[in-house]
Write a protein that binds this ligand. Sequence first.
Ligand code: PEP
Ligand code: MG
Length: 551
Amino acid sequence: MILIQGKGVSRGVVKGPLYFFQRPDTNIQKITVTDVKAEKARAKAAREKSAEQLNALAEKCKEEAGEETAILFETHAMFCDDDDYVEAIEDMLAEEKCNAEYAVKAAGEQFATMFANMDDAYMKSRSADVKDVTQRILNNLMGVAQGGIESDVPVILCSDDLAPSETLQLDKSKILGFALTAGSSNGHTAILARTMGIPAICNIGADLKVDYQGRTAYLDGETGKVVLDPDSITIQAFKDKEEKQKKFKELMETMKGQEDVTLDGKHINVYCNIGNPDDVAAVLNNDGQGIGLFRSEFIYLAASDYPTEEEQFQAYKKVAADMKGKRVIIRTLDIGADKQVEYFHMKKEENPAMGVRAIRICLNNPEVFRTQLRALYRASAYGKVAIMFPMITSVWEVKECKRACARVMEELHNEGIPFNPETEIGIMIETPSSIFVAPELAEQVDFFSVGTNDLTQYTLACDRQANDLGKFFDAHHPAVLRALKMAADAAHEKGKWIGICGELGADLSLLPTFLAIGIDELSVSPSSVLPLRAEIRKSIARLCTLDALNC
Ligand code: PEP
Ligand code: MG
C-alpha cells in the first residue's frame, strides 16, 4: 500500500485512475530530418485536425454562447488553412529540412510578430489569435491532449498546480478529483474544485510520482490522503466514508427549499461564488439564493483577446436571467498577480500581489473599464445585477468608479438602451486600508463584501499562493476577525449591508463569530450552500459571542 499525504482542500471521497495533466512542451528544438515530405504530411495532418476541432468548438459555441464567440473559432479554423501561413511552414520545412514542430512554431512566431507590429489596433490584436492556433497545431503534432486530458473514463487529475486559464479548458465531466503536488487552499484550482464539488488535495509534494500514471487510487479530499494499492482495512474505511458521504448528501437534500434562518429568527443571505455562466447550474442545483461573487475575470482569461461589450453582455445577461430576479453580484475585472492575461501585455512586476492589479488596471485603462461597465449596465435590465469593485484601498478610487458608472449610464440613456439606474454598487473589503477608511467607504456604496483570501494575505503579510507558510497563514487570526468586525460596524453604522465572499465564509467553525459580528450575507461555493444552511438553522444568533476576536 502506498499512502501519500497532502492538504485536503475540497471534501469528498473518490476512487479512480491517476492521470497526469498534459502540458505542451514549450521548449521545441530544431531537429534536422531526411524525410521532408513526411514532416510536411505531419504538419498538414495537424493543421487539419486543429481545423476540425475548432469547427466543432464553433458549433458548440453557437448552441451555448452565441454567434460572436462561434465566429472567433471559425476564424481560427480558417487560419489553419491560410495560404501565407501554410506557405511559411512549408518553405521553412523545405529550406531548413527541419522537424514539423519547429517549422510550425517558427511560422507562428513570425506571423504573431508581424501582427503585433501593425499600427491598426484590430490587426495588432490578431497576434494573440495566431499564437492560440499555432499552439493548438503544436499540441496536435506532439500528441498533447487539448485541455490536458485524453481519457475515456473520468480520472483523478494530477498536476503541480493549474493556471486559471488551464482550469478553464478542462473537461470537468472527466474529473473525479484533483491531486496537486503544489497549490494552496486559496489557489484557483482549489476554489474551482469547491465550486464544482470535486474532491481535491493540494501541496502533496514529490511523493506523487508520474510513474503512478494510470494506477487506481482512492482520494480523500477531507483528510488529504491518496492511497494506492490499499489494504483491506483501508478499502473498508474508504467504503464506510463513501457511505457516510452518500447519507450526508441525502440529508443535505432535505435542506433544499428551507430558509437560511437561525433558531431565533436571524436571517442570513446564502449566496454563491461562480466563475462563469455555466456555474449557475450548480448554484440552482444547490438552492443558492443569489450570486455573491461572479469573478468576471474568467471571461477575460478564457479569451485570446479583449472580450467585446457584446460578448460580456451575453454572459452577464445569461446569469442575471437564469437567476430569475435573485441578486447577482458581478465583480469587475480582477486580474494581475496570479491571474495573468497575455493580451493585456502587463509589465513584469517584482511583487505583483501589490502591483497593478484589479481596480488599478481598470482605472488605468478607462476604455477596458467602460466596455465592461456598459455590458454590466445593459445586463442590469434582465435581472437583479449588482456591480462590485475589487481591491479598493481609497475613497477616491470608489468615487472614480462611480463617475465611470455615471458616464456609462448617461451614454446608455442617450442611446435608448435599457438599464437599471438603481443598480447596486458595492466594493470588496480585502485590503487593510479599506478597513481603516471603512466609515468613509460605506458612505459611498450600497454594500461591502469581504474578500477574506486577500484580506488575510495583506493583513498577515502572507502570500496566499505560497503553500509553505503553514501556521503563519491563519485566516482565523484575531487581526482578520477584528478587521471583519470593524468593516461590519462601519457598514451597519451607515445602514449598509455586509457579506463575506472569501473562502472563510464557508468555514462552519466561524459561523457563530459571523453571527455575533452581524454579517448579513455569506457567499460560498455552490457545494457549501446546503451544509451552511443546515448549520445556520441549528444556530442561536443571540447566544453567539465575539470570543474568537480575542488573542
Ligand atoms: C478574496 O480575495 O477573498 C476574493 C474573494 O477574491 P479572489 O479570491 O478572487 O481574489
Ligand atoms: Mg481578492
